[in-house]
Design a protein around this ligand. Structure first.
Ligand code: GLA
Length: 633
């Protein structure tokens, strides 16, 4: 994976929304603000291809030339993110069909099914034109394929999608028998005898839900179907440009789950992502840090690029609060500290028309004599004055959190012991406890190799509900080689087909490594929620027997009083802690503090300050005092 030599500063540039006089002014203002990169053409399909096969590049040539003359590099988009009206009118089956069987309409964006052959052909033809025309253009620094795959319509339930899903399943399963076994189709008469009987998991009669294995595979298929689109575009670009790196912008956000980014990242030259704050949340800097760390995980610890965030308010939250003075600088510094090669935005100039006209930009409606423009220009200057930072990846942490989109998918399903399980919230709470303790963490996938896990003193496993036998073995080997684990309730309860592992929940990981036998789940009732050591808990308790662990605390306000709730088991120099419940934040902080202290894992900062290093550079960001310090030790 590439590390993109320099720190980038700029954003999405949509000159097609403005008359030519504004373009000249844009270049001048970009130079003033220190912009060195813009993403061009992301939503330009209708402007480039005005009729089927009739391409108009004159305006784009002109914009590219202006930028190049102005010394501003281009992140060239493939323009395939929003098919034009002429296309969906002529070929309505480009449009996706939703869960209820309704065909979605033209008029928004991303209105295409990944399974649509027409979409695939027309997108490929467009990319071919763009890549051929600009493949050697010196103004281009990198390529931006499509935009936020899966953001608005990750799933399509059309007949074409059914066919594509069947083909995907045929590659995965050697026979229909193997599929029946994996999905457990003897339940409710769901057995399939012929591939063509298979359906996409659309709405089923009230009170019922499609087969769990079928749902999982459909989510896997959907992520792969979009990934195939990315690969198709990438490979076309490569024919014409063998040098410049190719990316697509992820959405590393708390509740974004549809694309399996750990898998996607392997196909990209470098990882880029978008991130938007929940601006009503005064602690949103912790979410920002988490998502930045997660993105660094996708990038396997290497530098990555923040492709979009906002200079101030967005336009799609219930109340779109503006950023407070200094906040944007602080936010950007945190992204850079955590490995971003700069700070890019949506978008350069605030739109005058269209549904994003009240979304902030570098140049607001009010012009350049504004707080926003002054603050972003200050940031541009700061990035420019610290070019050497780009040469160092963020230092590796000593603690890793296991993160896995498939767990997200599994735990979103209905018919679990409680509907209150929330993968994103639990991971965020574990992260926050560590952040507030000043303990840095990295993210690793659930199928991480032993080599990856072995880089960490401590690995945290929140709600890692499914593990294959092979994956489970890696965690055993990690402990055997001296690693330490914290395992949560409902972890390793099932294999990757969602088939439950029998004989004490949690399989060998919980029985042998944690030394606990879990018999039965007891979601907490209203008013319950404490442990014998005074820790506060929520959501979950379980009936357990201690096999060979040391009990740290038992349930005391629950239906299973006396059952072990928190335990630890030693394996030589390694330790495995088990949490048979969901600790509240304050208690989780204490618990993690005691563990990191015992393991000698250092902490720095905490409470409201983050301290992060990139080699010799130390970033200290105080979110309460609104201060950023960057030192070179
Ligand atoms: C996403 C998109 C952008 C824009 C922003 C608004 O990140 O990629 O085109 O719509 O959201 O926040």
């Amino acid at each position: 994976m590439l590390n993109l030599g320099k720190l980038h500063f700029g954003g999405d540039y949509n000159p097609e929304q403005w008359p030519r006089e504004v373009w000249k002014q844009d270049i001048e203002l970009m130079q003033r603000a220190g912009v060195n990169l813009v993403s061009l053409g992301i939503f330009s399909w209708a402007k480039i291809e005005r009729k089927d096969g009739e391409y108009h590049f004159d305006w784009l040539d002109e914009a590219i030339e202006l930028l190049h003359q102005g010394g501003i590099a281009i992140d060239m988009a493939t323009a395939t993110a929003s098919p034009p009206a002429w296309l969906t009118k002529a070929h309505p089956d480009v449009l996706p069909i939703n869960f209820d069987g309704v065909r979605l309409s033209h008029g928004g964006r991303q209105q295409y099914s990944p399974a649509s052959k027409v979409y695939q052909q027309k997108a490929a033809a467009l990319v071919e034109q763009i890549a051929k025309r600009y493949g050697n253009n010196p103004a281009i620094e990198m390529w931006h394929v499509n935009n936020e795959y899966g953001c608005h319509s990750p799933y399509c339930y059309s007949e074409q999608s059914r066919q594509a899903f069947i083909e995907w399943l045929q590659k995965k399963y050697a026979s229909i028998e193997e599929l029946n076994a994996a999905w457990g189709t003897d339940f409710w008469s769901q057995r399939y005898y012929d591939w063509d009987e298979l359906v996409v998991p659309k709405r089923t009669p009230d009170g019922t839900h499609p087969n769990p294995g079928q749902q999982m595979d459909f989510k896997r298929y959907s992520s792969d179907a979009h990934l195939e689109l990315f690969k198709m575009e990438r490979d076309i670009i490569r024919k014409y440009d063998q040098k410049r790196p190719i990316t697509t912008n992820f959405m590393s956000m708390k509740f974004t789950y549809a694309m399996d980014y750990f898998k996607w990242a392997k196909e990209m030259d470098f990882v880029s992502t978008d991130h938007y704050l929940a601006q009503h949340d005064p602690l949103n800097h912790i979410d920002l840090a988490q998502q930045a760390d997660l993105t660094r995980g996708f990038a396997d610890g290497k530098q990555w690029l923040l492709m979009e965030h906002s200079t101030s308010a967005v336009n799609w939250q219930p109340r779109n609060y503006a950023k407070t003075p200094g906040q944007e600088f602080r936010n950007s510094a945190s992204f850079v500290a955590r490995g971003s090669q700069g700070s890019m935005y949506f978008q350069w100039r605030q739109s005058q028309a269209g549904s994003e006209r009240f979304h902030s930009a570098l140049v607001p409606h009010a012009g350049s004599d504004t707080r926003v423009f002054r603050e972003v220009s200050e940031l541009g200057a700061w990035l420019k004055s610290n070019p050497d930072v780009a040469n160092y990846p963020t230092d590796q942490a000593n603690v890793a959190i296991v993160y896995d989109y498939e767990q997200f998918w599994a735990l979103m399903q209905a018919n679990l012991p409680t509907q209150d399980i929330n993968y994103a919230e639990t991971v965020a709470k574990w992260y926050r406890a560590m952040w507030e303790n000043g303990t840095r963490v990295d993210f690793v996938p659930a199928d991480a190799s032993l080599e990856t896990l072995s880089k960490y003193e401590l690995v945290l496993m929140p709600l890692v509900h499914m593990l294959s036998e092979q994956e489970e073995r890696v965690f055993h080997d990690y402990v055997a080689q001296g690693g330490n684990l914290v395992v949560s309730y409902f972890t390793n309860t099932a294999d990757r087909t969602l088939r439950v592992k029998l004989g004490g929940y949690g399989g060998k990981l919980v029985k042998e490594l944690a030394g606990v036998y879990v018999e039965e789940f007891y979601p907490l009732r209203e008013g319950q929620g404490a442990l014998s050591n005074g820790y506060k808990i929520e959501l979950w308790s379980e009936l357990t027997r201690n096999l060979s662990a040391d009990v740290i605390a038992k349930f005391v306000e629950s239906d299973v009083d006396g059952s072990p709730a928190l335990t630890v088991k030693s394996h030589g120099s390694s330790k495995v802690w088990y949490q048979g419940t969901e600790l509240k934040l304050g208690s989780q902080r204490k618990f993690f503090k005691s563990i990191t202290k015992e393991l000698g894992i250092e902490s720095e900062g905490g409470e409201s300050t983050e301290v992060v290093r990139r080699g010799p550079y130390k970033f200290e960001i105080d979110h309460e005092k609104n201060k950023v310090k960057l030192r070179n030790n």
